[in-house]
Design a protein around this ligand. Sequence first.
Ligand SMILES: *[C@@H]1O[C@H](CO)[C@@H](O)[C@H](O)[C@H]1NC(C)=O
Ligand SMILES: *[C@@H]1O[C@H](CO)[C@@H](O)[C@H](O)[C@H]1NC(C)=O
Ligand SMILES: *[C@@H]1O[C@H](CO)[C@@H](O)[C@H](O)[C@H]1NC(C)=O
Ligand SMILES: *[C@@H]1O[C@H](CO)[C@@H](O)[C@H](O)[C@H]1NC(C)=O
Ligand SMILES: *[C@@H]1O[C@H](CO)[C@@H](O)[C@H](O)[C@H]1NC(C)=O
Length: 535
Amino acid sequence: MKQLRTVIVFACLGMACCHICLITPRQRGTMDISMPGSPTCTRHAEPCGGQDIETPKVTYMAGESAFFKWQQNLNHYESGYPGYMDIGIARSENSTDFTTLAVVTDKYVHRQDYQQNFTVVVKIPSIMCDHCVVRMRYNAHKPGETTFLQCADIKISLGSKSHDGLKFSQNHEESRADKQKLWPLNRALRLRKLHQKLQKDDDTENAMKLYGIAYNPFEPQRSHYISIDTMSGQTEMVNSFKFGIDAPGTGNNTKMFLLDEVLSIDYGRNTTNFLVHETGSRDDVAKRLYVVGTYNGSLVQYTDLFQFSGGAINGLSWYTYGTSAAFRIQPAETANNWYFEVGMLVDGGYKMAARIPKPEGLYVNFQWFETDVNNYHRTYTLMGNENAPDELNARIYIFDIYDSIFSKFVKYTELDVSKYTFMSMHSYPGSDELYAFSPGLWFDDPHAWYLVAINPMSGEVTKKCDIAPPGIFQRYYGGTVNQGSTNHGGYLYHVLRVDGSDADLIVKIHPGTCQMTFSEPTNLRHIHSLQMPAM
Ligand SMILES: *[C@@H]1O[C@H](CO)[C@@H](O)[C@H](O)[C@H]1NC(C)=O
Ligand SMILES: *[C@@H]1O[C@H](CO)[C@@H](O)[C@H](O)[C@H]1NC(C)=O
Ligand SMILES: *[C@@H]1O[C@H](CO)[C@@H](O)[C@H](O)[C@H]1NC(C)=O
Ligand SMILES: *[C@@H]1O[C@H](CO)[C@@H](O)[C@H](O)[C@H]1NC(C)=O
Ligand SMILES: *[C@@H]1O[C@H](CO)[C@@H](O)[C@H](O)[C@H]1NC(C)=O
């Protein structure tokens, strides 16, 4: 047996194949996951691994959350250039027009001879279909490797959607390791239920929409502008654009990419401004401004930045009708020193407003840029200390740019990061303090999640609300939702990643009352530049 296994593994390595089997919903054709290197997990033919179309044997409810599960039957993790897997759905048996439901990046495991199950939560689209096709792909990025494919045939019916969403049912054959991996998700679902119960009856849970840009590494030159329902977590495609987010590798398509998290929402015009790197070497700064209808995703304006030279724009934040505040880091005359500057971006024209008087060499890690939504005078830039990767020491640089003549750098504040660390922050109507989502300290193990208040003038950071106890969500510093200038109902939003799984929950929290709700589990790992426009 041992002998046989070795032979199979070698045969496959020689062919440079990667291995994957789709367990739930069950893949077309035969499936044997009893050993690594199984030929039934080794299928390459487009679009569905060369297996015959089958009659659907499983029915999902439109709009429901479901567990999809697959096995990586041999591991082909490529250090420094990890691969990815995705799940998509097409609306008829012969369609090859797959809409992405989830993207998962390859996990680092040393051994190739290794079986690993993956479970993701997917949102079944709100459609009816007698024969839809679920497709799973794995591209390991190994030299010589070709994409691996499996498909499953399913039905979707318009049943009454169970409000509870995901049923945490477990398969009897599940291994112990499999079950343990799902514990944090189980706890997350209980936390969600708890807060649902705590909601007052008259407090109707209004689902709002977040917007973002979805990226699929299988289509590195295309991104989708999408909406995300804050209750169900379901995503819907609004429009698509011909740029990637960060296409790895070389080739023509690598030149067009979106600057992740660099955006401003213009509430005067209902547009969102993005910066895209369109031409030139990857080292050239991004110079193309995309102005997109916040709710409809249409391209409203598309222009090159002008009156602009030098360093990249690191951060954008809405300032006033048609105008965004912009933050840049400009090289100083002396090596390894930089000027921080804030300027105005008006219809693509950039104008510097103020900069720090003395160049800085240490607090040079840009983290977040925010306009004060209470006075529209001030901007706050969160800058991390280059030499404190674990302490996450940081400062807030304050500029006043209200008056174009008297614009000035006000001061910087050293933050108290002895209890709470964070990498983004939100100005909030009616509050002198900024708010941030924090997993405590970088070393805290296990770590809980909090909402904290930051006094930008004194640097004091205090706990405002407990969000989640330890053992549920990853200590991941992304997940920020750009909240712009107003907060519908006073809520702040953030995306939390569940430990040990690829599920995400959107948390919505009121800093005044600490009242919060969590969305149903979803998968938003491939969604970038999230924003919550005010309605
Ligand atoms: C799908 O393609 C197969 C093979 O070409 C064909 O037999 C079948 O009729 C097609 N189904 C539909 C619904 O077009
Ligand atoms: C993967 O899941 C299957 C059942 O769906 C189970 O039989 C198998 O033991 C699991 N494998 C691992 C490595 O957890
Ligand atoms: C890629 O770039 C080369 C050189 O600029 C050009 O000739 C070619 O047409 C491009 N290919 C595509 C698919 O755009
Ligand atoms: C922006 O959108 C909101 C919500 O749909 C709407 O109430 C408002 O009138 C819009 N403003 C403009 C300038 O279109
Ligand atoms: C989309 O929304 C923007 C901003 O509100 C608006 O200017 C534009 O006309 C809209 N486009 C379409 C096609 O509705």
